[in-house]
Each structure stands twice: as structure tokens, then as C-alpha cells.
Ligand binder design. Structure first.
Ligand code: SF4
Ligand code: SF4
Length: 337
């Protein structure tokens, strides 16, 4: 199968978003759920809400949706999550956090793919039939890059679902660098770190959220690169399996904003600098084709896969596995919009 992917370059992201919404609206009727990521508190490179204010013009009852996250922060509970979304400028439409106040509202969807028997999604997913993934395409330490597959698969997992997907990756403390300051202990959402002279991670408790890596002032916490290939591939497989559960029985369009492209994801509670120039927006009804095209366009501009070079993780595996389980096609034709 060869899927169609629309591509728009140029810096008018408001006008270009509007072109995409017009095209999607011709095929949608009824209310629309807009799956996006509002950015962690200090993140400034998430999708700029000013680009997408025309959503209300093109869609009937559009609603921004997301689920709560595993780690401590403004997106851990619904009340704070909505408050943060409004603070970041998304308050011009209703905001629906699909897994409840604390992540307790979930729906088990039988998948029986790979290691996922039942995907645990935010229960509110059942409220909507038409979906648009509004995704900021950027790097990710554990999956190489994060596009629509990650936005949908990881993003629509309930808190327990996210734990289920993440539990295959656990960082380690490089003992020689640790000064026992305790910052990682205080930040760990799973109480998985203790200090006995130096910090130590209990891999049985660790949920693989990777926040200790960001919080350590001495860069003492790291992914065990020597074991990474298998664990990261397993994480990508689970994300694809969750995306499969989220897509089934629903009508979807997928948009990747290759704008303000950073190495780290929008979950990092820091302001980041883009590492390359903006590329544009892609739009497709095929989630794999949308991510494949974005990955290809970025690699073409840089001249190589910048995410693989940075993290040593081959993010293209999620495209390969996504295609294998029938999420979509890696083959596409690019059409300028
Ligand atoms: S934050 Fe880093 S230096 Fe501090 S205790 Fe944890 S691992 Fe050690
Ligand atoms: S040890 Fe690190 S990766 Fe594991 S749960 Fe705690 S903060 Fe997250």
C-alpha cells in the first residue's frame, strides 16, 4: 500500500494549519478530538496555540484531549494539567483529560499483539469518533524521535498504560559521578532511588520515566547503552501496540509540525533550543506514513538521522514495527498542499 502524505513548507504556520484543517474538515462530520501535548511547565517549543486558533472555524465541537503522565509535575493530575494547558494558551477550546483526575479512569482494549494483551487507554477515548493528532515532531531519548505514533500510542495510555509501556527501560547511576545530592530521590515518582553513600536505582520499582536523567546536576544517571537496543525496541513495540488500540474503530488524521525541532521531548521541564531549521507540516490519514515522511524530510535536511546520532537509538524501528502490525504503510507519495 502507498499512502498519501501532504506537505507544506514555509513559515506561515497559522495559514498552513488552516489549509490542513480545511482539507480534514471536508472528510469529518461531528465532534472532533484533538490529541496534542500541551508541553511541560517550562517547555516553550510545543505547538504554538496561536497557529491553530482556526480549529473552531473548521470543526464542530472541537476538544483538546490528552492523558495524565507518570512523573510528578503539572501534567500528573487533571486539574493541574488543564491549568497548564490554559497557561500555555490552549484555553480557547474545551480541554478533556481522558483518564480522570489521577489516571484512574481507564479502558482496557484487547489487542493481543506482541507483549500487549490489553492496552490500557484513557477511558474518555470512547467519547469521540473523529480524531486529529496535532503533533510536535522532535527527538526522544528512548525512541529516537517522537511523532504521531508516540503522541497517540504513549499519549493516550492511562497512567497504568504508560507504566506498562515504559517498564522495559531502566536507567543506571554511574557511581563515580554521583555526589549523593538526593535530587533524583526527590524527583522519582516511583520511589525507586535510594542513597547509601551513592544513589542506587531499584529496577524492580523503576517505571522507566527517565526523569532522573534530566534532574541529575552531575549527569550521573544514564541509560545503560550496552543493553539499549532490545529495551528501546521493546518500548517502541509497545507504543505501536497502544497506538493500534487507539486507532481501531476511529477515524483519524495525523499532523506533524516539524517546527522548533529539539533533541528532547516536550515532557522535559526545561526550555530547549531547536537544533535545526524548521521543515514544515505533514498531514496524512496514515500514521506510519506521516511519521516516515517527517523522519525522511528531517534526515534529508540534516544529511543523516540526527536523532540516531544524538541518542544512539534507531527511531525508525517504530516505523518498521508499526508497518508490521498493520498500523500503516512506510511507502508514501508526498503531495504539496
Ligand atoms: S541527582 Fe545525581 S548526583 Fe545527585 S544523588 Fe542522584 S545520581 Fe547522585
Ligand atoms: S529511577 Fe529514574 S527512570 Fe526510574 S522511575 Fe525513578 S525517576 Fe523514573
Amino acid at each position: 500500500m502507498v499512502s498519501k502524505v501532504f506537505f507544506i513548507d514555509g513559515g506561515d504556520y497559522t495559514g498552513n494549519s488552516e489549509k490542513c484543517f480545511r482539507l480534514i474538515s471536508e472528510k469529518f462530520s461531528g465532534s472532533v478530538a484533538l490529541k496534542t501535548h500541551f508541553g511541560e511547565e517550562k517547555n516553550t517549543t510545543h505547538i504554538n496555540p496561536e497557529w491553530i486558533t482556526s480549529l473552531g472555524t473548521y470543526f464542530k465541537n472541537p476538544v483538546f484531549v490528552d492523558c495524565n503522565v507518570l512523573y510528578r509535575g503539572m501534567r500528573t493530575r487533571r486539574t493541574d494539567h488543564v491549568e497548564l494547558a490554559k497557561r500555555h494558551g490552549f484555553g480557547f477550546l474545551p480541554i478533556d483529560i481522558l483518564d480522570g483526575e489521577m489516571g484512574e479512569e481507564e479502558l482496557e482494549v484487547p489487542v493481543n499483539l506482541g507483549t500487549t494483551k490489553n492496552a490500557r487507554l484513557g477511558a474518555g477515548i470512547e467519547r469521540y469518533g473523529n480524531w486529529v493528532a496535532l503533533t510536535h515532531f522532535k527527538g526522544h531519548i528512548a525512541t529516537g524521535f517522537g511523532g504521531c505514533i508516540k503522541n497517540v500510542g504513549m499519549g493516550l495510555g492511562s497512567r497504568a498504560g504508560k507504566l506498562d509501556m515504559h517498564s522495559v527501560v531502566s536507567p543506571v547511576v554511574r557511581q563515580e559521578k554521583c555526589v549523593a545530592c538526593g535530587k533524583c530521590v526527590a524527583d522519582c515518582p516511583a520511589d525507586a532511588i535510594s542513597i547509601n553513600g551513592k544513589a542506587k536505582i531499584d529496577s524492580d520499582k523503576c517505571i522507566g520515566c527517565a526523569h532522573c536523567i534530566a534532574v541529575c546536576p552531575n549527569s550521573a544517571i544514564d541509560i545503560p547503552w550496552e543493553m539499549l537496543d532490545n529495551t528501546n525496541n521493546a518500548l517502541m513495540e509497545r507504543i505501536c501496540e497502544y497506538a493500534y488500540a487507539a486507532l481501531r474503530g476511529r477515524k483519524w488524521w495525523f499532523m506533524n509540525y516539524m517546527v522548533n525541532i529539539t533533541y528532547d521531548c516536550d515532557c522535559m521541564n526545561i526550555a530547549q533550543k531547536p537544533f535545526m531549521k524548521d521543515v514544515g507540516i505533514v498531514l496524512s490519514e496514515d500514521i506510519v506514513a506521516a511519521d516516515q515522511a517527517s523522519y525522511d524530510l528531517i534526515s534529508e535536511v540534516v544529511g543523516y538521522d540526527p536523532f540516531k546520532k544524538k541518542f544512539g537509538v534507531d527511531g525508525a524501528y517504530q516505523l518498521e514495527y508499526g508497518e508490521k502490525i498493520g498500523l500503516g504503510s512506510r511507502k508514501y507519495v508526498l503531495e504539496r498542499l
